[in-house]
Design a protein around this ligand. Structure first.
Ligand SMILES: [Fe+2]
Length: 146
């Protein structure tokens, strides 16, 4: 990886919606900020027992597999053969992080059949969906005033 800032957000969706300048680092920051805001809101209003360290760290690594799935905007053999986000589970486990982090990576996307098993995983999944929707919203017609 020569330049982390040059890694695209998600090339297939970027091609589909003709989104040129969207990058993984910005997306991960959006997800982490959104997840933390949601965690803090739930902790304040519902007295939810949320592990903020798990939310932040898991949000930061939720898309780590994209570093292996794509070379620029082209899919790599890892992306072609494994798809998102399975290699991320391997990367997180290889780094020695607890299984809970790998679970967040695995359950954050509907491209696996694994649902979030605890609140922190659900929070990261929802923050990721909202962040991705915000990117897509810039590329499609605004239907709010139809
Ligand atoms: Fe993501």
């Amino acid at each position: 990886m020569d330049d982390l800032d040059a890694v695209p957000w998600f090339p297939p969706a970027q091609r589909e919606h003709d989104i040129e300048d969207e990058y993984l680092v910005g997306h991960v920051r959006d997800v982490t900020r959104g997840a933390l805001a949601l965690a803090d809101s739930l902790a304040a209003t519902r007295d939810a027992d949320v592990d903020r360290d798990l939310v932040v760290a898991a949000a930061l690594v939720h898309d780590v597999s994209k570093l292996y799935e794509f070379d620029g905007h082209a899919e790599t053999p890892i992306g072609d053969l494994l798809g998102h986000p399975y290699y991320g589970v391997h990367a997180v486990a290889t780094a020695g992080l607890p299984a809970a982090y790998a679970h967040v990576v695995l359950s954050h996307t509907d491209r696996t059949p694994v649902d979030p098993a605890f609140l922190e995983a659900e929070i990261v999944k929802r923050a990721d969906e909202a962040a991705a929707a915000a990117i897509r919203a810039e590329a499609v017609d605004d239907l709010r005033d139809v």
